[in-house]
Design a binder for this molecule. Structure first.
Ligand SMILES: *[C@@H]1O[C@H](CO)[C@@H](O)[C@H](O)[C@H]1NC(C)=O
Ligand SMILES: *[C@@H]1O[C@H](CO)[C@@H](O)[C@H](O)[C@H]1NC(C)=O
Ligand SMILES: *[C@@H]1O[C@H](CO)[C@@H](O)[C@H](O)[C@H]1NC(C)=O
Ligand SMILES: *[C@@H]1O[C@H](CO)[C@@H](O)[C@H](O)[C@H]1NC(C)=O
Ligand SMILES: *[C@@H]1O[C@H](CO)[C@@H](O)[C@H](O)[C@H]1NC(C)=O
Ligand SMILES: *[C@@H]1O[C@H](CO)[C@@H](O)[C@H](O)[C@H]1NC(C)=O
Ligand SMILES: *[C@@H]1O[C@H](CO)[C@@H](O)[C@H](O)[C@H]1NC(C)=O
Ligand SMILES: *[C@@H]1O[C@H](CO)[C@@H](O)[C@H](O)[C@H]1NC(C)=O
Ligand SMILES: *[C@@H]1O[C@H](CO)[C@@H](O)[C@H](O)[C@H]1NC(C)=O
Ligand SMILES: *[C@@H]1O[C@H](CO)[C@@H](O)[C@H](O)[C@H]1NC(C)=O
Ligand SMILES: *[C@@H]1O[C@H](CO)[C@@H](O)[C@H](O)[C@H]1NC(C)=O
Length: 468
């Protein structure tokens, strides 16, 4: 290794000397630029506004089930850590030669090789293709909201023309995200499908959008750092950061506390696909299929209701769909937080809202009911729900950096209840808050954010829980 000493390079040394202007000559008042020739603009993927929505009614599919190839084992065993990962002396001193000035040794993709923005494995392809299915539904969902609800609907819950423009802009962002992911995948990239949403009023639509963007965002965090193509990860990160903001904006539209956690959740791809697929009605003939698992639905019978002053005081107030979306049917005006004016009760759209009565709390009894596997879901009803888990025994609360188990109690057939655990990520940060994931499992498998996918073989059913 040849040492490279900055002092041997006078031109570099010169840069290190203080550069100071003596005086700034004022030529004129700054003016606006009169013309600026645009650079070449990259075109976006063709987008058509999907005009029909509803369940799939066509013929039974010719291909069913997840995409698959030779399967080597039923699950991936747990191994001890790789020893080299325990060796770097993290003491604040340098331990490697520097490849260049101001450049520490190490890192991946840092040695000057030209970046290649292209998927590099089945893992990459399937993950990005899943992300693309998600971007497509968001594009449709945001347009659908604008097309379905009237100006009066929006105004009646306190959303103005400026808010509607924000929703429209979010749809436009999705055009960009869909273009980016399509380019990373190449010609067989999944295209836009048609969709089947629960029947919803505007308030419920906002709740659904807030939940859908949660699994969109978390689904990506779960695989981002496992991608082979770090270049792809870079671009995806820069789009998912936008998606994260969308999720928060929907929470603000809903009058929830915008970010009641210190860390956002990452979940396995199959969790995102489980929650997304039921809302896809049909896809075109030669659509690229996915490898991911569809878990059976978990129904939260007392899913907290963000439209109530006392959101935890509920029974059966969801649209009955996979995401356990809010239902405002049967909500009286006096219980509704939209009409409430008091601080702590009012939940009309805002930058932030205190909820005096939390939507959920440690010690809350949560009543659950789950579907059997073997149900057809997803595009053209061509995917089938499945589980490889044994008898369900635990609820797994997946929130922030933690997976916390609570036992299922009074199990009777496909229903049980459990108690919301009292757990903190760090002191001062109750772990269970915000829009989280709740699974039921056959065992208490220890998992952490980087190996959460190892949980899949023991998952019986999956839901979104509105913890706060
Ligand atoms: C799709 O719908 C949106 C909102 O309804 C509209 O602004 C946009 O122009 C439409 N796009 C196309 C391609 O028709
Ligand atoms: C996941 O990682 C944790 C350490 O972070 C380890 O204790 C656990 O055994 C791993 N789980 C599996 C199923 O591999
Ligand atoms: C850069 O690193 C990659 C991965 O370790 C390696 O394959 C490649 O040969 C390296 N390129 C150069 C120019 O050293
Ligand atoms: C799914 O259904 C649509 C609408 O009926 C049809 O056009 C399409 O060919 C079907 N896709 C597959 C893969 O069978
Ligand atoms: C809110 O509902 C919970 C039960 O769902 C109840 O325990 C609590 O007392 C209620 N709070 C108020 C202020 O009514
Ligand atoms: C929930 O409400 C729906 C629609 O009213 C009804 O069909 C279902 O039986 C109810 N479920 C429970 C567990 O009360
Ligand atoms: C909001 O809640 C926090 C935490 O409970 C409390 O400290 C604060 O005073 C509340 N603010 C208002 C305006 O109610
Ligand atoms: C969630 O966070 C909000 C805002 O800080 C707080 O008011 C609420 O009590 C929290 N809920 C739980 C279950 O910790
Ligand atoms: C949760 O734990 C904290 C401290 O560990 C305790 O103060 C609080 O009472 C517990 N809450 C419940 C509902 O058990
Ligand atoms: C659980 O089962 C026991 C015994 O059957 C019963 O007494 C209790 O009320 C049940 N609890 C709930 C919450 O259903
Ligand atoms: C939650 O995760 C953090 C980060 O991995 C860990 O330090 C903490 O101990 C976990 N909390 C619990 C209650 O398991």
């Amino acid at each position: 290794m040849v040492g490279f000493n900055i002092l041997r390079y006078p031109s570099l040394l010169a840069l290190a000397l203080p550069l100071r202007c003596r005086a700034v000559p004022v030529v004129s008042e700054p003016t606006t630029t009169v013309t600026s020739t645009p650079s070449v603009t990259a075109s976006v993927v063709p987008v058509t506004n999907v005009t029909s929505h509803g369940p799939y009614t066509g013929p039974p599919p010719t291909t069913t089930g997840a995409l698959s190839t030779t399967v080597l084992a039923p699950s991936i065993p747990a191994y001890p850590p790789e020893p080299y990962k325990l060796q770097y002396p993290a003491d604040g001193k340098l331990h490697q030669p520097q490849p260049a000035p101001y450049t520490p040794g190490g890192g991946l993709g840092t040695n000057g090789s030209e970046p290649v923005y292209r998927v590099q494995s089945d893992f990459d392809y399937e993950s990005i293709a899943l992300g693309l299915y998600q971007e497509w539904i968001e594009l449709d969902l945001f347009h659908y909201g604008l097309a379905t609800f009237s100006v009066e609907d929006f105004e009646s819950i306190g959303l103005t023309a400026e808010d509607r423009y924000l929703l429209q802009f979010m749809a436009e962002q999705e055009v960009g995200h869909a273009t980016l992911l399509t380019n990373l995948l190449g010609p067989q990239a999944p295209v836009q499908c048609t969709y089947n949403y629960p029947s919803m009023n505007l308030r419920e639509y906002i709740d659904f959008s807030q939940k859908l963007t949660r699994w969109g965002e978390s689904g990506v965090y779960g695989f981002l750092n496992h991608l082979d193509a770090r270049e792809v990860g870079q671009l995806l990160l820069q789009s998912i950061s936008t998606e994260a903001r969308q999720q928060m904006i929907f929470r603000q539209f809903e009058g929830l506390f915008p970010m009641p956690v210190w860390f956002e959740i990452g979940v396995p791809q199959s969790w995102a696909w489980t929650l997304l697929a039921p809302y896809i009605s049909s896809c075109p003939q030669d659509q690229t299929r996915l490898i991911w698992q569809n878990f059976p639905a978990l129904h939260i019978l007392n899913q907290p209701n963000p439209a109530r002053i006392n959101g935890s005081n509920v029974w059966n107030e969801t649209r009955g769909d996979y995401a356990n979306t809010l239902s405002t049917d049967g909500l009286s005006d006096s219980d509704s937080c939209i009409n409430a004016r008091e601080v702590g009760e009012n939940c009309s759209p805002a930058i932030t809202r205190n909820r005096t009565n939390p939507l959920s709390y440690p010690g809350r009894q949560v009543f659950l009911e789950w579907d059997n596997p073997g149900q057809v879901v997803g595009p053209n009803n061509s995917y089938v729900t499945s589980t490889s888990a044994g008898v369900p025994k635990f609820a797994a609360w997946v929130s922030q950096l933690n997976v916390t188990y609570s036992p299922l109690l009074n199990i009777s057939g496909n229903s049980a209840y459990t108690i919301q655990p009292n757990t903190s990520t760090y002191e001062g940060d109750p772990a269970i808050n915000g829009t989280i994931f709740l699974a039921i499992t056959d065992s208490e498998l220890p998992v952490t954010p980087f190996n959460l996918t190892q949980l899949n073989p023991v998952v019986n059913a999956l839901a979104i829980y509105q913890a706060g």
